[in-house]
Write a protein that binds this ligand. Sequence first.
Ligand code: G6P
Length: 607
Amino acid sequence: MCGIVAAAAASNIVPVLIEGLKKLEYRGYDSAGLAVIAGENIRRIRSVGRVAELASAAADVSAVTGIAHTRWATHGVPSERNAHPHVSGSIAVVHNGIIENYAELRAELTAHGYQFTSDTDTESIAHLIAAKLNVDADLLTAVRLACQRLVGAYAIAVIDWRQPGKVVVAREGSPLLLGVAADGNYAASDASALLQVTRDVIYLENGDIAELTPQGVRISLFDGTLVERPIHVSELSPAAIELGAYRHYMQKEIFEQPAALANTLEIVGGGKTIQPGIFGAEAGQLLADVDHILILACGTSSHSGLVARYWLEAIAGVPCTVEVASEYRYRTSVPNPRQLVVAISQSGETADTLAALRHAKALGQDKTLAICNVPESAIVRECALRFITRAGPEIGVASTKAFTTQLAALFLLTLVMAKLRQRLSGEQESAFIEQLRHLPVAVNKILELELAIEIWAKRFASKQHALFLGRGRHYPIAMEGALKLKEISYIHAEAYPAGELKHGPLALVDRDMPVISVAPNDALLDKLKSNLEVVQARGGELYVFADADSEIPESTGVHILRLPEHYGALSPILHIVPLQLLSYHVALVKGTDVDKPRNLAKSVTVE
Ligand code: G6P
């Protein structure tokens, strides 16, 4: 999704803007641009494609005040004329989010003589601010007046060549933080863009507007009231966002899973029991009378919720529903005040998940828990309880280590709920904790299968379609495997519960439709084997990820890859790893842009 970097400093900020945009590339974008104050003018450079091209085009530019942007097209195709910044009179603006009343604003501003040169909603912000400068010549006031007219979610940064040395930024719904440094002040969509200049960051709240000069920052509300926001020292380490020896971030992040799991599970300590307090001081009390769990999430995060449903119902005996956030937020549902609402999100900023959480709360359901990888994110701040997965920054658009750490967190939630409901003996609890502790080692062993998976990947790369099968708690793993393949290799992939095969998808099975099956040695293995025989009988080619002790023999059209360990309830956390590796290697063979797949964004901050 769009990324913003802005700077007001004492020395040349163009390299900072460019470096900042590079750090935001992972969010997904199709064009980029920057604008700086150059004497009595705005100098603007925009380009379709990579930030590297913008950097070459801006090589001769030097300025002390500027704004920059990576655009992920929503209104209007990716093109230079739609790329940000948008200019009106003396000002330039960059924007992340969606302005819902842009058509109305556009009609109104056109009637007042403003000429639109793009198809974007953002251009109406630029003209609106220019119009407000006629009401009040102070940029901060003009932006404030403009914000009062905007409907939607946005983060914006604005410069005015008539008021040099100053950037005004505002936030309503889309992420934006400030970076405070000795030689200047900065703003960006996330801290990774500003590590190059400072670790001291201020997270803006919704409805905040800030004026940045080289000397300081001044934050106020949309009504003009001055506010103080605390400075946090970002713990993000530059090494965590470097690629190092890996070819792609996705590969790095797949291989970081043992460490990410170990870090996430550190909270359990060395003991044999876990306490509700790992979800927040109030957790014991808040979770005690929960009678249902509603999980809200999008994409990969919703798949972790689907796995958790099997755990929560089987181990903790608590009924659980998982709903895609974009559906729940607009559905008339039956609220239940005793229900625990769990929002799962890597970024903590996904617009639909945030809106679904707010919708759930508006219905009087205030028992809320965030499972999230970003401690200062909106979703974490808006939940009563929280569990921060410690996966570290995830840059690849296709989520990997965030998923497995979410699963670890959800398993801990299962154990806590089971304990509170007297469904877990001390022995069972310590056995599960032991298994959790062993996860990093078990994942490491699976990563050793990479070479064998690479060989399979070569056979897949020429296929147009693929079918993924799983049963029980591994059905969501099949779904996640199919999503990974779709996202980065552009092969059409669908997941089915294996038992559903005969009710439709079997009609598609032939030599050209590889069928990938997740086949752990669990209670459903025999049922799954019958499903697989049906595929084999129809001439389908089967690729089976089995456990070491799953008794499925290799034969014509049946290829087996055995995972080293059989892992009981936690098996989904292991079985997803080979599927991640498979899609990564298929994408490599196909030569797609693994970390930035076409049309997709890492952090989806618009609806
Ligand atoms: C985007 C990303 C996915 C992610 C989903 C939800 O679609 O490309 O990888 O699973 O958003 O994101 P979240 O940050 O809420 O987990």
